[in-house]
Design a protein around this ligand. Structure first.
Ligand SMILES: [Zn+2]
Length: 242
């Protein structure tokens, strides 16, 4: 038993040191992809999503691990025999934008909000090519989706993307997974505004079937409510420290 545990443990260590790409089917035509980046000296997973339409594939956020951007595109092409048409980055951090230049080189249109562009420019992050100035509804190959800026939260520019027909709410880092034990990277967060922004989102998108957070598992439809609880707990901790 001891040996078995040792072998399993060693395999785990080797595995975690490799660049990784995981792709999970979510619901008809929707896929979540996960790659890994470094956070506090540890490898940490980040989620993005892609949606297959009649005309091609729409991607939400790029892989965090740039070495996995091409493998992701190859895998999409092989599996669906369709080009990737566009990508929307949901805020300026590199777990959302790291791959935009690679996508551009492939002729894929990269989008973000004006605010994300400005924040990214200041922070020296990779910048999408096309901008939208307010909440925007797209209609691509029979699939409708809308971007929504809920207000400040994880960053001042974070947006969510809503797919009304499948009732999929892609939240990015604005929404925490049920698996999240804490608030993660708060470097650019507005912890006091975040609860208001979450409540606005809960009111706006009623009964989502799937809620996709920026990191960790997405099995919980109540991830917005969970995020609210985590933020409130964090605010309490910060107040005690004052
Ligand atoms: Zn993130």
């Amino acid at each position: 038993m001891k040996w078995l545990l040792f072998i399993v443990f060693s395999m785990g260590v080797c595995y975690s040191q490799q660049a990784r790409l995981e792709i999970y089917p979510l619901t008809m035509g929707f896929y979540v992809f996960t790659t890994y980046g470094e956070f506090k000296d540890q490898l940490f997973p980040a989620n993005g999503m892609y949606v297959v339409t009649n005309n091609g594939v729409v991607m939400i956020d790029t892989p965090w691990d740039t070495s996995q951007t091409r493998p992701l595109l190859d895998s999409i092409e092989k599996k669906h025999q369709l080009p990737v048409l566009m990508c929307i980055s949901t805020h300026f951090h590199d777990d959302r934008t790291a791959g935009v230049n690679i996508l551009r080189q492939k002729g894929i249109k990269t989008f973000c909000s004006m605010l994300t562009f400005e924040n990214g420019k200041k922070a020296g992050e990779k910048l999408p090519e096309f901008l939208f100035y307010s909440d925007t509804t797209f209609q691509i190959g029979g699939i409708k989706f809308q971007t929504f800026y809920p207000g400040k939260g994880h960053t001042s520019d974070n947006i969510v993307v809503w797919f009304p027909d499948a009732r999929v709410l892609y939240g990015g880092c604005f929404i925490k997974s049920r698996d999240a034990k804490g608030m993660g990277n708060l470097a650019d967060a507005d912890i006091n505004e975040w609860p208001h922004s979450i409540k606005k989102t809960i009111r706006k998108f009623k009964s989502p079937q799937y809620v996709i957070p920026g990191h960790e598992g997405w099995y919980d439809k109540k991830a917005l409510q969970h995020t609210l609880r985590l933020i409130k707990a964090e605010i309490k901790i910060l107040k005690k420290k004052d």
